[in-house]
Design a protein around this ligand. Structure first.
Ligand code: ADP
Ligand code: MG
Length: 322
């Protein structure tokens, strides 16, 4: 599924070159549960980002399903991410003002499904991660472990062959960490799962391969269980978001946080009132000035004055009034 040959990642910053990782060789198959460990700064996140097409690489070749990617443009990688990759993050990255249901539904709406098609699918997925009783609860009210379950549901419903998780248990206590890893293993059966974590004990039971990184290199790559499933890769089916859903989400985002909406509305009112009163006082001044006989264009405001205009309303002289 994924193969890296002498791949290196460099960061170029104000004339300084920093190394993300160097000369990585790696082959990962469908059905594997890959655990990456190593101290902070050893290049784990950088490696995940390259594997999931979030970041480019500068040297070597990465193969996706046998296809070379060194010529890929940003667009190609975007396409790759849509079809192949679902991410889970340490900080969950959920929409806190949405309910559990809305968070999971969002993925499908963004991927072109119609609202009427997705209901059962979303409910089934919420059931799978054991959150049915919280389906209408706002995510901000959930515990860390529950939030990560929502994130897993969201990742799974995208139906991509690869799930990438960067320290998904980094913000969780050890009991919820265990739950989350167990759930991930259970729901991601035949997919390729790549997880970064510091707690090897928690994942040892499930991992099929453990990779240790140090200083941008892989210092250990151990296959601890054989995975023997045929390499069957099914891309996530997606299209563009429908227009109806774009509006639906726009409206949802405007109204779903009541204080935010009220605040925005107050700011809007304030600006409107300020502009209107500014305009009114401008008109007032003008009116007063007129009454006092002062006018920048016509100094003579007597009732009997004669005004002459050209038919086409152009000026009589080319010179501008000063
Ligand atoms: P880990 O996830 O294992 O803690 P990272 O992959 O985040 O490590 O970082 C690996 C190395 O790459 C570190 O030395 C880090 O300083 C460097 N690095 C990461 N991101 C950047 C960046 N955007 N610019 C420059 N250097 C970076
Ligand atoms: Mg990291």
């Amino acid at each position: 599924m994924l193969k890296l040959k002498d791949v290196s990642k460099f960061y170029y910053n104000k004339g300084l070159i920093a190394t993300g990782f160097t000369k990585i060789n790696l082959e990962l198959k469908m059905g594997e549960f890959v655990v990456i460990t190593g101290e902070s700064g050893s290049g784990k996140s950088t490696l995940l980002n390259v594997l999931s097409g979030l970041d480019s690489y500068e040297e070597g070749e990465m193969y996706i399903n046998g296809e070379e990617t060194s010529h890929y443009t940003e667009r190609d990688f975007e396409d790759y991410r849509r079809k192949y990759i679902a991410n889970i993050f340490q900080s969950f990255n959920l929409v806190n003002s949405y309910t559990v249901y809305q968070n999971v539904e969002l993925v499908l709406l963004l991927n072109g499904y119609k609202k009427s098609q997705v209901k059962q699918k979303v409910l089934d997925m919420i059931e799978k991660v054991g959150l049915t009783e919280f389906k209408n609860t706002k995510v901000s009210k959930l515990s860390g472990g529950q939030k990560q379950r929502v994130a897993i549901a969201r990742a799974m419903i995208k139906e991509t062959p690869i799930i990438v998780a960067d320290e998904p248990t980094g913000n969780l206590d050890s009991a919820s960490s265990k739950d989350v890893i167990e759930l991930l293993k259970k729901v991601a059966k035949d997919r390729l799962v790549i997880v970064v974590t510091h707690n090897i004990e928690q994942v040892e039971e499930y991992a099929t391969r453990i990779i240790k990184m140090h200083d941008g290199r892989i210092i250990e790559n151990k296959e601890i269980r054989k995975v023997d499933i045929p390499e069957k890769v099914e891309e996530s089916k997606y299209t563009k978001i429908t227009t109806a859903n774009k509006y639906r989400l726009g409206i949802r985002n405007t109204f779903n946080i009541v204080p935010k909406f009220l605040l925005l509305f107050a700011v809007f009112l304030f600006i409107t009132v300020a502009l209107l009163s500014e305009y009114a006082s401008f008109r007032q001044t003008e009116y007063e000035a007129n009454k006092a006989g002062y006018n920048v264009f016509f100094r003579d405001l007597s009732e009997e004055r004669i005004i002459i205009k050209k038919k086409d309303k152009t000026a009589f002289t080319r010179r501008r009034l000063r």
